[in-house]
Design a protein around this ligand. Structure first.
Ligand code: HEC
Length: 226
């Protein structure tokens, strides 16, 4: 092949490569219209079609005012929309500890960790006003927010909000229950040895301090032996 021949072959090849590179289409940039992207195809210039008035996504009709808004006949509900059983209260407790305890603390006195770090203290659930409030009020506070407190409706589905409200009722009862409220067969459990007293706690702290002194001692020996 002469020198001329090879250059007459190379030039078109290079041009071809250049063209191919320029026409490159990455997978992340596909020729489709993304949500809310502009498009000259429709006369209003929008790629997405506006929803028809009163369109409701499947499964999101939320017709039941009691279940979704905690209201019956426009008034805050006095009762939950379904029966409350042990499993539901357990679920409520678990969700309460996740979503509410950071501020309201685990028994609902309003001294959660976020409050101890500076947020304004919420009222205790054990004040008379909130003990007398209908269960729907707690659902309503979670659904719409209350003063400084944000709404939790986008994070907690309505069934779980009711479960939490039922658990708040349990917390309230627990702080004001009398021995007569406890079923007779469960009363012996209340007379079990109480959790650590002040004296036990001091002993535990002493043990911890001695243990860490021992660890420091061992580490000191290791340092000296090096
Ligand atoms: C980030 C902290 C925070 C979290 C988390 C939080 N709250 Fe609150 N809550 C507040 C504060 C602050 C107030 C007081 C708001 C005010 O009065 O402006 C309040 C008030 C309330 C009240 C009292 C309303 C009244 O009538 O006075 C209820 C009931 C309540 N919260 C329930 C809940 C429940 C149930 C959850 C969990 C789903 C929750 N909160 C999660 C901070 C929080």
């Amino acid at each position: 092949m002469s020198r001329n021949d090879s250059s007459s072959f190379l030039a078109p090849a290079l041009i071809c490569c250049g063209c191919l590179a320029a026409c490159r289409q990455d997978m992340h940039d596909q020729p489709k219209i993304e949500p809310l992207e502009a498009s000259p195809f429709f006369s209003d210039g929008r790629g997405s079609r506006p929803l028809l008035a009163s369109t409701v996504a499947r499964g999101l009709l939320r017709e039941d005012d009691h279940l979704h808004r905690g209201r019956v006949g426009g008034q805050v509900a006095e009762d939950p929309p379904f029966a409350i059983d042990r499993a539901l209260v357990d679920r409520g407790r678990e969700r309460f500890d996740v979503f509410c305890a950071p501020c309201h603390d685990r028994v609902g006195t309003g001294r959660g960790m976020v409050v101890r770090r500076g947020l304004r203290s919420p009222p205790s659930f054990h004040v008379d006003r909130l003990r007398r409030a209908p269960i729907g009020h707690f659902f309503d506070v979670m659904t719409s927010g209350f003063g400084l407190m944000a709404s939790y409706s986008s994070q907690i589905p309505p069934e779980d909000r009711w479960a939490i409200a039922a658990y708040v009722r349990c917390l309230q009862l627990a702080q004001h229950a009398r021995i007569g409220d406890v079923p007779a067969q469960l009363r012996p459990r209340l007379t079990r040895p109480s959790p650590p007293t002040q004296g036990n706690r001091q002993r535990a702290t002493g043990n911890r301090q001695r243990a860490s002194a021992r660890i420091r001692g061992v580490m000191g020996l290791a340092e000296a032996g090096r």
